[in-house]
Structures are given as C-alpha cells and as structure tokens.
Write a protein that binds this ligand. Structure first.
Ligand SMILES: Nc1nc2c(c(=O)[nH]1)N[C@H]1C(S)=C(S)[C@@H](COP(=O)(O)OP(=O)(O)OC[C@H]3O[C@@H](n4cnc5c(=O)[nH]c(N)nc54)[C@H](O)[C@@H]3O)O[C@H]1N2
Ligand SMILES: Nc1nc2c(c(=O)[nH]1)N[C@H]1C(S)=C(S)[C@@H](COP(=O)(O)OP(=O)(O)OC[C@H]3O[C@@H](n4cnc5c(=O)[nH]c(N)nc54)[C@H](O)[C@@H]3O)O[C@H]1N2
Ligand code: SF4
Ligand SMILES: [Mo]
Length: 695
C-alpha cells in the first residue's frame, strides 16, 4: 500500500510516499506531487523506518528502579507523574516545577497543540525551550521592528536575484526559518536565471560548494560586518526604503563606527568585499539577506538579526517579491500567540528576563542547583535532550541527578531522560496524523498538506496529545487550577483544532478538503502584505528601537576589536545524516566514514605539533573534551569545528548503537554564562578554546 505522508524530521516538511506491508515499511521516496518539496527527500527520511523498528525505542511507560527500567501501565505512570508534580507544587509553589520543550515538539502536531496548554496548567515561571539555544534573536527583532515575534519575513529564494547568507548551511540543514526543501536545486535555479548567492561562513561548507560566492569570516564578528554593509549602503546613497519605515536617521548614526577598514580588522573580510557586496545587494532588482544558527547563537546574535532585517529594509527588499516576505499560512495562529513580551519576570539566580514566557535554557542548571525559595525541584522534559543541547551540558547533567522528581515525554532513554523517574513514550511519527502548524508559517511558498498516519496506533499506545490530555485530567483533580482556554485545548483533538483553524483561516480550507488532496494544496508564491500586517501601533516599521540602538552603542568597541593572533574559536557543524542529538541509533544514518572529528586548519595543527587523526584535548573556560582531530583547509585558520549531539556513552543511556559512536559532547565546552544579552540565547559559536595533544 502507498500513502502520502510528510516527513517530520526537519523543517523542510518533505512530502513522502511510503509503501507498507502489514506493519512494516517497504519503501520511502519523495512525493513529486508535493507543491513545496516536488519530490525532494534526504537520507534521513529513510531512517523513519529505522526509528519505527528500533528495539531501543520505548513502547510503554517505564519507571526507574534500583534494578533498572520497569514497564508500568499508563494509569500508574499518569498517577505517578501527576501526583509528584502536584505534591511538589503544593509544598514549594508552582515555580518549583520546571518544564523544557525540545525541538521535535514543533514537528509534532499533537505536541504543538497540547504541550503548551499543559505547561500553562503547571503555572510555573521556570519554562524553558530549545528556542534559547536556537532562534530567539529572530523573534526579539521581529517583536521590536514589526510588533510581533512571529512576523518573520522569509527569503523568496525562488524569485530572488541576490541571496546573501550569513552563518547558515541550508545544503545540509534544508533551511531553517526558511522551509525550502531541495536547496541545491533552488540555488542552481538562481544561478541559471543569472542570480548570485553570497555566503559568509568560517567554514567552506556544503552550501559554499553549490557555486556560491563564499567568504570566510571570523566567528562571532558578523554584527560588525553586517552593520558595515549597512553603513556603505546608507552613506553611498543607495537606500530605497518603503514609506512606512521610521528611524533610518538613527540607524545611519548608529552604524557610523563600522567603516570598511575597521570591519576588516575585526572580521577578516576585506574592505573591497564589504563595499562590493553592499553595493551589489542594494543594486540587485530583488535581493534577500538571511542568517541562521551561525549568527543567531553567537555573542551578538540579536544585533546580527537586526542588521539582516535592516539590510532588507533599507534596500526596499522587505515585502518585495524576490526579497523577503511574510507567509500567509492556511492556519494563521499569530493572533493566538504571545506577541513577544519581555521582562515580566526574571530568573531567580541570575536575574535574566523572560521573553515570550520563557527563560534562557542556560539558566536551568543553576535554578536546580541553587537552594532557596523558588528553587527548581522537579522537571518535565518533552521531546528534548538538554544535557546534549544546552551550554554547559555536563553541569546540567549533574544538576538533573539532584532533582526530587523528573518525568519525560519521550521515546528514548537518552543522556537527559536517563535521569527521569518516569518516561511516557508517545507514538512514533508514522503512527500519527500530521499537519505542520509551525513550518508552513516559515516556508518559501504557501502550501497546505494534511497527512494521515501511515500505520494505525498500536494497541495500548498513546499519542503525545493524549498523554497531555490524560495527565492534565489527573493533575487538575489534585490542583484546581488553570485557565479555561487551556483546559478546552487539552480536551480537543488536534485534527479538530486544525479543522477549526483551517476553516477560519485566510483560505477558508477544511480538513475534509485537505484529506481529498493528500499531496498538498498549492496556495501560491509569497505575496506582499505590508504595512497592513504589521502589529506595531501605527503600522510602521520601527527600524531603530531604542534597546537595539543602545546595544550597538555598547557593543561597538568590543565588536571592532581586532582578533588576537593565536586564539582558536570553536564553531558548530551539522551533517546531512545527523539530526541534532537523536537518530544516532539508526545504522543507515551512522554507517560509513566517521564525521565526529574536530576540524582544524593544517596550519593550526602544525603550529601546535598535532597530527592529523590524533586524539586531542580541547579546552574552554568551562570544560574539556577529548576527540580526534582532522585536518581541513575548509576551515578558516584560527577556527575549529565540532558537531553537536555526539558523545552518548553515559551510564544508563539505552541507545545500543549510538553509545558506541565515537565523538564528544561539544556543549561541555560552551559556557552557560555566555549569552546574547538581548535575547538570552546561548553563545554556541565563536567559543574560545585551546587544543593540545591528548596525554
Ligand atoms: N541534517 C540536519 N538538518 C538539520 C538539523 C540537523 O541536526 N541535521 N537540525 C535542524 C535544526 S534544529 C536547525 S535549528 C537548523 C539549523 O540550520 P542552519 O543554521 O542552516 O544549520 P547549521 O549547520 O547550524 O549552520 C550554521 C552555519 O553557521 C556557521 N557559523 C558558525 N559560527 C559562525 C559565525 O560566527 N559566523 C558565521 N557567519 N557563520 C558561522 C557554521 O559553520 C555553519 O555552516 O537545521 C535543521 N536541519
Ligand atoms: N553546541 C550546540 N548546541 C546546540 C546546537 C548547536 O548547533 N550547537 N543546536 C541547538 C538547536 S538549533 C536545537 S533545535 C537544539 C535541539 O535540542 P533538543 O530539542 O533538546 O534535542 P534533540 O536532540 O532535538 O532531542 C529530541 C528528543 O526528542 C525526542 N522525540 C523525537 N520525536 C518526538 C516526538 O514526536 N514526541 C516526543 N515526545 N519526543 C520526541 C527524541 O527521542 C529526543 O530525545 O540543540 C541546540 N544545541
Ligand atoms: S530534508 Fe530530509 S529530514 Fe528534512 S523533511 Fe526532507 S526528507 Fe525529512
Ligand atoms: Mo534548531
């Protein structure tokens, strides 16, 4: 039997055709009829079958005992979890129970509809998500400039003439906050129509190899370059902003210090390149500037994302076909979402402000470890592995061991969930219906696709949403709390929620209609909609919000400080066959040449007397790891690169294959104290390290 499904492993949302026989997968291929992915798929799609068959994947709730994990019934599991969460709340207050929502929550329909209302029910201010090790700077900037954290313009890659990229590797990641399956094809098409793609990245990446004009940049210095590009455009009279933009005089003043010569000393990018790229970008008939993880998770991530928006704004490319535009998704949830308020409360220990209702993940360990009123004593994680993904992972690992209670909604016993007292495993992705609530909002073309589950739910299994519904029912019997809206959401089925949202959405679609079109419905290319869709008070773009101006003023000297010779800066890396910290139990994805090495330029190896392939000790101010080094002239000298999500060999982890993969946990080296101040996002790129022979 062949069914049309949607891949949920990354943001690309590829349409897939899956053939099955009984309860087994017999084939997976790209769905050529999907209006967005047009047949594209990557090697991870095939691993959906491995995930399904993995004997290490939990199929029933388990409880941790002195003799290991013991299977229990759902009723027992719900009672244990709801009971413990309610008890700790009663004894120590709501803030004593923290929550962490990991990345796959956004890829699961039932996770998206039901995890947030359950978290609301718990009423704690100690809410954490993967957002603060990822995209929060984009949200902070969107809130300040456009009035809502989810008004995120998307590069119109299929119509642009000039694509300017900072710190993203879409050839591998398949695009992030820019759902664009088949990036190689799209870049090829850009070149074929005479367009240009320019990339700034300290590593010559897979994206750089797509015929892209690639330039090295010293890690952590992009804000200087981006503001320098703006300075060229604003001083050479090339600006053509829309009439609804305020504040460009202030911007012009703020970028004054960023002369091409000073930018070069800080970033390593020559003044000729700065001028040329700026003027080409401004002169292109349509241009789009975009930056992702490399510029979001660095010391001035919010300034980088501000500068990127400004480049699009001052050149008139915001809201222009071929520039960057807002999507118009069939389910438009923006009105229901927090606009991005900030600072309503602060973290207890370090006094860090919340943003959009969450605190920086970098603060979780200290909130657990530091005694006193408001101390975190219990944790619920959902679809996450913060021991691997948070800065200072090993310290968080230690902190988790000291919790009074921990529960996880997850189907693996990984580095994080091994600390749980109870694990509640949901169905796997092929067993559930799917509609992408998040990434349809961020795609380079408007489309809608509802996928029915490829397999029926096995007897006794629970979907993510059922777990939250059932937990909420028990919990509310013990703690009379919660808003009616959350209680209602928790009782509705996700398909019902999607249907209602489709019917009231901009295209008046319905679930029935989408079911009749299993390959998806094309809603067309991105369309202009500003200033009408702004959520600022007077429908004006605020190009120069005071907090950002103040931040540039304070950061300028630091940003423009020339690099010290001899220092090494660590950056991250993703691989097409890795998926953050999970999917490492799949043989299909992990066989072949190892790819966990620390990459280092041959000159940097020679300067330290290190041999290619030898184990080395990498040290930062917070920790150290031992890992093999590999020479690579794809790295900018002075930069080393290590992927995240490796190093699974900890006691209790139940991932038979992953445990034996070589590699080291990069977040042993990242520092929870190092944050992008404006957003609370962790600095994961541009971390100073030393590398020496392993003793
Ligand atoms: N195959 C695969 N795909 C994925 C994922 C995965 O794990 N595997 N993860 C998904 C997730 S959760 C996300 S958020 C996205 C991320 O999507 P991307 O951001 O496109 O992916 P990264 O590989 O993190 O790319 C970051 C790039 O920034 C560069 N970089 C590092 N530091 C700096 C710097 O200081 N300045 C500049 N200019 N560049 C820098 C790195 O060399 C790297 O090439 O990918 C998603 N897709
Ligand atoms: N140094 C460094 N650190 C990083 C990054 C980096 O580039 N460098 N990238 C950061 C980024 S962008 C991200 S998004 C984070 C990711 O960090 P996390 O979200 O914390 O971790 P993941 O590795 O995505 O772990 C996903 C977990 O979800 C479970 N899971 C998968 N599907 C489901 C499901 O449908 N339901 C439930 N309940 N569970 C499920 C898996 O079993 C796994 O345990 O890491 C961040 N950390
Ligand atoms: S690029 Fe790969 S992992 Fe991402 S949605 Fe497509 S098939 Fe799935
Ligand atoms: Mo991410």
């Amino acid at each position: 039997m062949t069914k049309a499904i949607t891949c949920t492993l990354c943001e690309a949302m590829c349409g897939l055709l899956i053939t099955t026989s009984g309860d087994r997968v017999t084939g997976i291929r790209g769905d050529a009829d999907d209006p967005l992915s047009a047949g594209h798929l990557c090697p991870k799609a095939l691993a959906l079958a491995d995930l399904r068959d993995d004997p290490d994947r939990l199929r029933a709730p388990v409880r941790r005992t002195a003799d290991g994990w013991q299977e229990i019934t759902w009723d027992e599991a719900y009672d244990l979890v709801a009971g413990a969460l309610a008890r700790i709340r009663r004894r120590h207050g709501a803030d004593a129970v923290a929550t962490y929502l990991g990345n796959p929550v956004t890829h699961s329909l039932g996770g998206m509809t039901h995890a947030p209302p359950f978290v609301n029910l718990l009423g704690s201010r100690n809410r954490f998500t993967a957002g603060s090790v990822d995209q929060l700077p984009h949200q902070v900037v969107a809130r300040l400039l456009y009035g809502h954290q989810w008004l995120l313009p998307v590069p119109d890659i299929d119509r642009t003439a000039y694509f300017l990229i900072f710190g993203a590797n879409p050839a591998v990641s398949n695009g992030s906050l820019m759902t664009a399956p088949g990036m190689a094809r799209r870049i090829r098409a850009l070149h074929e129509r005479g367009g240009t793609a320019v990339l700034f990245d300290p590593r010559r990446t897979e994206t750089a190899r797509l015929g892209v004009d690639h330039h090295f940049i010293r890690p952590g210095t992009d804000a200087a370059l981006i503001l320098g590009l703006l300075r060229v455009i604003l001083t050479e009279g090339a600006a053509t902003p829309a009439a609804y933009v305020d504040g460009l005089d202030e911007v012009r003043h703020a970028v004054e210090p960023f002369t091409p010569e000073r930018v070069e000393a800080a970033t390593g990018v020559g003044p000729g390149t700065v001028r040329r790229v700026a003027l080409e970008f401004a002169a292109a008939p349509a241009a789009a500037c975009y930056g992702r993880m490399g510029v979001s998770t660095q010391r001035y991530g919010t300034l980088c994302q501000w500068g990127i928006q400004l480049l699009n704004i001052v050149t008139g490319n915001l809201d222009r076909p071929g520039g960057t535009l807002l999507t118009r998704p069939a389910v438009d949830a923006i009105g229901q979402l927090d606009p991005g308020r900030r600072g309503r409360w602060h973290s207890r220990v370090r006094g860090l402000p919340e943003f959009g209702g969450e605190l920086p993940l970098a603060a979780l360990a200290e909130e657990i470890r530091t005694p006193g009123p408001g101390q975190v004593r219990a944790l619920l994680t959902v679809a996450g592995n913060p021991v691997q993904s948070a800065p200072g992972g090993p310290a968080l690992d230690q902190a988790l061991a000291g919790l009074e209670f921990m529960a996880a909604v997850d189907f693996y016993v990984n580095e994080t969930t091994r600390h749980a007292h109870v694990i509640l495993p949901p169905t796997e992705p092929l067993e559930r219906d799917h509609y992408d609530l998040v990434f349809r909002m961020l795609a380079v073309r408007d489309t809608a696709r509802y996928s029915a589950a490829a397999f029926p739910k096995p007897p006794g299994a629970r979907h993510d949403w059922e777990i939250f519904r059932d937990l909420a029912r028990r919990y509310r019997r013990l703690v009379r709390t919660g808003r009616w809206r959350d209680a209602l959401m928790l009782r509705l089925r996700p398909d019902r929620i999607v249907d209602l949202a489709l019917r009231t959405g901009p295209y008046r679609l319905s679930l029935a209609r989408l079911r009749r079109h299993p390959h998806g419905i094309d809603l067309g290319p991105l369309r202009p909609g500003l200033p009408r869709r702004l959520r600022t008070p007077r429908k004006r773009v605020r190009a120069a919000p005071p907090p950002l101006l103040e931040a540039v003023r304070q950061a300028a000297a630091d940003l423009l400080t020339p690099a010290e010779p001899g220092t090494l800066l660590l950056i991250g890396r993703r691989h097409l066959r890795d998926n953050n910290s999970w999917m490492h139990n799949s043989a299909r994805l992990t066989k072949g040449r190892p790819r966990h090495h620390l990459l280092m330029h041959p000159a940097d190896l020679a300067a330290r007397g290190l041999a290619d392939g030898a184990p080395v000790r990498v040290r930062s101010t917070t920790g150290e790891v031992t890992v093999e080094v590999a020479a690579s002239d794809d790295l900018m000298p002075g930069t080393v690169s290590l992927p995240h999500g490796y190093g699974h060999d900890l006691p209790g982890v139940r991932l038979a294959r992953a445990r034996h993969l070589p590699g080291a946990p990069v977040n042993a080296l990242t520092d929870p104290a190092a944050l992008d101040q404006l957003s609370g996002t962790a600095v994961l790129n541009g971390v100073p390290v030393t590398v020496e022979p392993s003793p």
